[in-house]
Design a protein around this ligand. Sequence first.
Ligand code: AMP
Ligand code: MG
Length: 380
Amino acid sequence: MKTVDEVWELLRWEISARQAVETDLADALGGVLREDVRAPEDQPAFDRSAVDGFVVGAGDSSEVFCIVGEIRAGDGRRHELTAGHALRISTGAAVPAAGEVIMLEDAAESEGMVRFSRRGRDHVRRRGEDARAGDVLVAEGTRLGPGAIALLASVGCIRPKVTRGIDILHVATGNEIVAADANPGPGQIRDSNSPLVAAWARTKRMRLEQKRVGEDAEALRHAIEGRRDVLLVSGGASVGGHDCTAEVLDAAGFEILVTKVAVRPGKPLIVGRRGEEWAFGLPGNPLSHFVCLHVFVDVALTAMQGGSGAPAMFRGPVLADVNGNPRETWWPASEETTGLRPLRWASSGDMTALGTANALVRVPVSGLAAGREAEFIRVT
Ligand code: AMP
Ligand code: MG
């Protein structure tokens, strides 16, 4: 039986990044950036007004100013500032050289003239104050979220280099499972693992194919024919007489590297490798499926996408006692402002915790007392 750290080490060292390709920015969400994107020029590129108001010469101490014009955002003309004259200015408009911006709230206007109740406050976003030309704006290895997409767009990086889409096949096995849109008959349950994986895959820019087969070695053998980057098999990973994932992977030429991990839930985890292809036999129990997906498959996928092969770990206090177990536990929790609220579960088949879980807390064998700091990963 391997430890969680041993499995991470294995995945981190053995999995190499897939090819990087230039992608339309609109399709890059969830992808991992494979180049440092630098500021092509200072950000902002010119002095810009931070408020709506007036602009006058910085050294002009006139009591009252004559309003002689206006600079709106997007106005590219050259404006001169002369003594005793003020120009209206809008937020985002270019500020003329040696101009001082005074906000509307500090101005009193009457009959084409304006007086200011306050001067000397800096209401200009100076050229280069956010970033200097050449600074790294988004670093290689970053998974692109909406904010990074906006930043890339702002500097005209419309074809960022990201890892190509990773091809994944997820096969849900089990005679008892039916599609979520079907009514389960006696002894049947709805397949929730397939929608789980589909939802997870959408956030990571993967190309996912899904199948459902009965608990049958021949059917599984047939379902996994062909090649892809990652193969996920749901169910059949344990030691029951009908659990055939390991045997089928072995027969298909996968070298089986892991069959059990000291983790709760999720002990019966199979990891296999066939050249550059990786296979995971994940326990069918929904909570185990969820934990193994986030704790192990995610690490493999990130390594393939050229990100750091380590899971992103955070720390925070737990808000209640959490029991330990001879295997380390990844406990579903909801992250609140004061800490991590452990959610109730008794069996790896219990699913209600998944409704609100946005974190998995790593609980050591000795357990955790309320208030203790714990490591956790985010699972949103
Ligand atoms: P297995 O890993 O195949 O032994 O399944 C363990 C438990 O998980 C059993 O109670 C199964 O009914 C359940 N299970 C297996 N696959 C799924 C699935 N796709 N969705 C929901 N529950 C499942
Ligand atoms: Mg099964």
